[in-house]
Ligand binder design. Sequence first.
Ligand code: G4P
Length: 515
Amino acid sequence: MRRSFAIISHPDAGKTTLTEKLLFASGAIRLAGHVRARGERRRTRSDWMEIERKRGISVTSSVMTFEQDGLTFNLLDTPGHSDFSEDTYRTLTAVDSAIMVIDAARGIESQTLKLFEVCRLRDIPIITFVNKIDREGRDPLEILDEIASTLALDVTPAVWPLGMGVDHRGCLDLMTGRMVGADGEPGPVDWPDAERLVAAVPNRDDPIVAASLEELEIAHSSLPAFDLEAFRGGHLTPVFFGSALKEVGVRELLRAVAEWAPSPRPQPAAPEPIAPDGEEVSGFVFKVQANMDKNHRDRIAFVRLCSGTFRRGMKLRNVRSGRDITVSSPMFFFAQERETADEAVAGDVVGIPNHGTLSVGDTLSEGRSISVTGIPDFAPEIIQRVRLSDAMKAKQLSKALNDLAEEGVTQVFRPMTGSDWLIGVVGSLQLDVVASRLEGEYGVPVGFESAGHETARWVVADDPAELKRFIAANRSSLATDRAQAPVFLARNAWALSRIQQDWPDIGFLATRERV
Ligand code: G4P
């Protein structure tokens, strides 16, 4: 039984704090705040830590696995600050659900919105945690309204705050009808059984509490009840108000992941979806992490298993290249010492060391010729022209950029007019990674400069003649990607919306399936 999930949030909303408190609540760590110390202890006995130590590849926080009540939770990291990259987005193709953390004072912020849109591509169910209610925040109804209207999602409160900041008087667990943190027999409450809920609140005469309960009544009368099917279909999000720092609402959140979040789902694939209970091992690469040390060309491919029971030493076929690989030193991500630590099942993540044979989007299969679908490339948010320091190295540059694009490190574009290479990324640290790898692995030092474009969209049309007309009329703003698909380069958002108006029969896509 697996729950593979990610936490999506804007920097500073509290993802790290919440992660730590979730591990604490599950019993995976004894003292909150000791995540790192625990990692040190594991280092001596797990071989992937050994790889990490020897070769300087940082994989420590990519996946955190912990157990509770017979359930295994795989929490996949979505790097958010300076190391925001396409990997952050693609990790969401490897999870079955997500927790969305929102700062109670700030509401939905830009990065949360972007990550949410990626979840929506796959209808990933979202549990919302409105964090930092120990500080002054916005009115709960206002936050619910913002989530519903900004994300076009049904919302229903699951844990309700009785006052925020200095006025905080506790939280009411609407699912069990008792105060958060209170002992006692839980009893599922029919929504909207407001009376029973209110009866669980001890200090109803307190004006702050009374006002919060009034608001709850409004929420009750205007919002839908929790519905498991709507949640699992990605149409409704239960909202937990809490404080990661003060450990308010964290246990309730973990319980929701355990009870409501889905087990590994069938994986979209061609010629048919992969059932998680299928016997044959299959999985796909959602992230490749390379070593920044030029003396080693090691990479770790992170594979999300879709079916079967994977074991050390197993032979798997890379369906794209047709090559077989023997996975002799896989990295397993388990937080607990256990005998089964050298096998993994659907929903788990395995790290496979390789020298560049595995790329993002690759399917690994025990035998069947099946390809996982729906692993996207994302429209770049930073586009730069590659400046070659040594003009004699144009050929090497071309090969190197194609390699890196194939691997999923960056995207490359070739303008239809002109001969420069453009690279596109979603986070600025990716530029450093590209520069360092070009120099270290290919001996091609480069610089980057602005290309005058802020964003890009893949262009498509139902009518090939219309696409041809569009391309002929806009050649100077067009480029091709590594698969020769046409891409429109926009100076800014305004220019993009302008061209969309001018060409209503052309589709401008922010994502494109990897081929
Ligand atoms: P991130 O990973 O999403 O970027 O957020 P992180 O957990 O690092 O939290 C960002 C800041 O918000 C931290 O404060 C953290 O302590 C604080 N924080 C997280 N959860 C809560 C909460 O429930 N209530 C309050 N009041 N604060 C919270 P910092 O000052 O940036 O760092 P630190 O020095 O406190 O660690």
